[in-house]
Design a protein around this ligand. Sequence first.
Ligand SMILES: NC(=O)c1ccc[n+]([C@@H]2O[C@H](COP(=O)([O-])OP(=O)(O)OC[C@H]3O[C@@H](n4cnc5c(N)ncnc54)[C@H](OP(=O)(O)O)[C@@H]3O)[C@@H](O)[C@H]2O)c1
Length: 232
Amino acid sequence: MSKVAFITGTTRGIGLELTKILLPKKYHVIATGRETKKSKGLSSLKSDYPNALTLIDLDVTDDEEISNLKSKLQGMQQIDLLINNAGIFAADDNQILEKIDSESTLKTFMVNTMGPLKVTQTLLPYLKKSKTPLVVNITSQMGSIDDNKMGRYYGYRMSKSALNMMTKSFSVDYPDIISIVMHPGWVQTDMGGKQAPVSPQDSAKGIVAVIENLKRKDSGKFYDFRGETLPW
Ligand SMILES: NC(=O)c1ccc[n+]([C@@H]2O[C@H](COP(=O)([O-])OP(=O)(O)OC[C@H]3O[C@@H](n4cnc5c(N)ncnc54)[C@H](OP(=O)(O)O)[C@@H]3O)[C@@H](O)[C@H]2O)c1
């Protein structure tokens, strides 16, 4: 039986590349995004993998869409791999203290922190049914408190530090589910920009290679896409 992966934020960027890599590895991928039908990348994958790819519209900040997930997953026995990838970087509003506004900072938290929390909470019964359950929360090195030498970027940094803490608690509370936070590198996506040194393909390939080798003892750790552990 093929493994089932559930990924958020797959319309573009790293989430789309993760979907592209997992499908030929015989995963059944449930690729979610705010408007999956508008994503050319997902449409083309759907024609190549009509049975192995399920597309579900999911805004991770929309409580109603999250509660409707179970009805959309009817017939699905288990989820083996959950990748909470959807994220935003509200650079202009969160860069310097003087410019921060609550609305933009809270929106960043809603997507980057509450989104993964709510999606994981909803999918927990499916993860518990897997023999090899794995939760990968895509964080950022910018969420590392130890590594913060440059300051600024309050909203984004805080949202990812909080995601790291959520993952740590989850790994303690659910020892049968391997859960980690993963820094994907500085990646050439809409978020990372053209000057980023890592291609989305290399980032996604690295992430998958790391998660394929995870053991139970690795749960609750902070990794990057090359398999290095990062400081909290
Ligand atoms: N790129 C980097 O250098 C870098 C570095 C460190 C960490 N990361 C993290 O890596 C993850 C992926 O980033 P990326 O570089 O691929 O960014 P991206 O190219 O901007 O793509 C972000 C994805 O998240 C989706 N998304 C945004 N808000 C959403 C919401 N409310 N509900 C569902 N999906 C939503 C977007 O969907 P729409 O198309 O609908 O907007 C898009 O599919 C993020 O968590 C990011 O923080 C990236």
